[in-house]
Design a protein around this ligand. Structure first.
Ligand code: NDP
Length: 254
């Protein structure tokens, strides 16, 4: 008998070297998945794969900068050549970037954020969908943000990039629904990770301010986002596609 939400599923996780992606690697493995971890920092990936294998999970990693198309292709190819297919993908890689009023933002900040958050997703989606079409089925979850649904002050390029994640989610869900591929997104609220450690470290009082604007009054643990992604990726919700699920302590519902 298969246990867990993702029994035997081969799942690629981008941005798996820290934060939500690293938590997803643990949660998905606990739910029975075979996980392939992708990111740029090899040491982090190798350490996490060791931890997962020690717990009996099937896990591998591939160093990949998703903003480079060949790297995204390599991550998908590696998954298929190692495990025979790609059942699911959590497109989580992303950066926060500087928090600055829009009129003071540099081109460099814009380019860096768009390359990681939008081009990175675009690159991954193309190769993942091609592999899933070969397989005749698949499930994808993209990591947007509450910033993909509403504005966040002093983060205009980030907000625009996360709205683009929502756009790609809707477009891909619509285009591949009849071919057995579901595409959804999570829209996390403030979550403990390197992005928020950086933002909160450079902006004293920001965490308290964000928490005070969140009905549950707190920051999420990365495992809470990973759990929602695991369910969306699983076969428990076969009629669910094109949706963007806020996982935000009630933030966008106010
Ligand atoms: P972290 O900084 O802890 O994790 C980001 C991950 O993305 C790292 O593993 C990083 O790995 C990877 N990454 C960044 N750029 C690239 C790239 N070009 N190619 C491959 N991997 C990359 O932050 P989070 O866990 O918070 O971020 C994960 C996702 O969650 C992001 O998309 C973020 O926008 C989203 N999110 C986070 C929220 C939060 O409050 N924390 C709220 C809403 C959304 P490496 O540096 O090794 O490449």
């Amino acid at each position: 008998m298969n246990h867990g939400l993702l029994p035997g599923k081969v799942v690629l996780i981008t941005g798996a070297s820290s934060g939500i992606g690293a938590a997803a690697a643990k949660v998905f493995a606990q739910e029975g998945a075979t996980v392939v971890l992708a990111a740029r920092r090899e040491e982090r990936l190798a350490e996490l794969v060791d931890v997962l294998r020690d717990k009996g999970a099937e896990a591998s990693y591939i160093v990949s900068d998703v903003s480079v198309a060949e790297n995204a292709a390599r991550a998908v190819d590696f998954t298929v050549s190692t495990y025979g297919r790609l059942d699911a993908a959590f497109n989580n890689a992303g950066i926060g970037g500087d928090r600055t009023p829009l009129h003071l933002m540099s081109d460099d900040v814009y380019d860096t954020i768009m390359d990681a958050n939008v081009r990175g997703l675009w690159n991954c989606l193309r190769y993942e969908i091609a592999a899933m079409l070969e397989n005749g089925a698949g499930s994808i979850v993209n990591n947007s943000s509450v910033g993909g649904l509403v504005a966040i002050p002093t983060a205009a390029p980030y907000v625009a990039s996360k709205h683009a994640v929502v756009g790609f989610t809707r477009a891909a869900a619509d285009e591949y629904a009849k071919q057995g591929i579901r595409v959804n997104a999570v829209a996390p609220g403030t979550t403990r990770s390197e992005i928020t450690a950086d933002w909160f470290g450079r902006n004293p009082g920001l965490e308290d301010m964000v928490n005070s604007m969140t009905p549950q009054g707190r920051t999420a643990e990365p495992e809470e986002i990973a759990a929602a992604a695991a369910w969306l990726l699983s076969d428990r919700c076969p009629f669910l596609t094109g949706t963007v699920l806020p996982v935000d302590g009630g933030f966008v519902n106010q």
